[in-house]
Design a protein around this ligand. Sequence first.
Ligand code: AMP
Length: 356
Amino acid sequence: MPLAPGSTIGILGGGQLGRMLALAAARLGFDVVVLEREADSPAGRAAAKLIVADYADETALAELASFTGVVTYEFENVPASSVRWLAARGVKVAPGARALAVAQDRFEEKSFLNAHGAPTVAFAPADTPQEAYQAVLNIGVPALMKTRREGYDGKGQRWVERVADAAAAFEALGGVPVIVEAAADFVRELSAIAARGRDGTTAVYPLAENHHEHGVLRRSLAPARVSKVLSDQAERIATRVLAGLDYVGVIGIELFEMADGRLLVNEIAPRVHNTGHWTQDGCEVDQFEQHIRAIAGWPLGPTHAIAQVEMLNLLGDEAEAWAKYAAEPETRIHIYGKRGAKPGRKMGHINRVKSL
Ligand code: AMP
């Protein structure tokens, strides 16, 4: 049975993705309850109700469970055990614990991808300095060493230029389990935002072309100019990943476009994604509404582009230029309501829209 307007949706996490999910859910007539550690958060201020607690706090999880029809999460470092705890008590959680667990561990993630026909760079796990040395020797240099868990926005990773540096790189990353990846000599970074409904229907948005600065997304252009062969390839990858995870909701799939035309998957994010923000002003149903539709058991909405969009992240104090952006007729402004503008922090984004 689809969840009817008037029902309540729970969100684990209080960041900007939660905020935009809450706004989309409210538009469809749902009430949102956010469970978040911070008393003052972007999502908390857009929700009908806020529970301030740790994501693993069972009393808080039980409270969340008591009034929600379905629970989702807005970032991938929510403990998979919390999602399992909710699911074990009969609460519908989407996406499920499997997707979360796979996305939380870079080795599990790449192993899953390869097993489901989604190609990646060559990789090897390492738990000790000796294994790190052997892994770099096998993969070849330059290699990228990444912590298996808890890396984001380019954090928790180091380039290894010489095999002799492998053990030192391992120690510099904290001596925690890592994955060693071959360097992807990509020509472009693209991403596919895709959705799968409760009935297994899938829908994929046009690809976005993404540009990073210091490991953080700066700019997306969408729809990216790509051949039909390339977009078909991305669609095949997305469909396999979604089916392999028995996924419900929106997923972000980061891709490397190689010189020979192949797409490799860099990583998957089991949630709405920064590179999908363009859909807010470039599509009839954006990624946030799409996610709410999927987890509520509604039919998925259309995913074709109705405009060409340039999405720019507003980092640090850049959101203070809101008045300048407000004066541009082609610019749509999305500000997250975060209190402190630390350098590099994602404070908002703008979508510059051109008709197709
Ligand atoms: P990640 O944290 O895995 O999303 O990586 C952050 C960024 O580092 C990516 O967007 C790429 O620009 C770059 N990167 C990640 N993995 C590789 C790789 N194997 N080869 C080359 N560049 C990479």
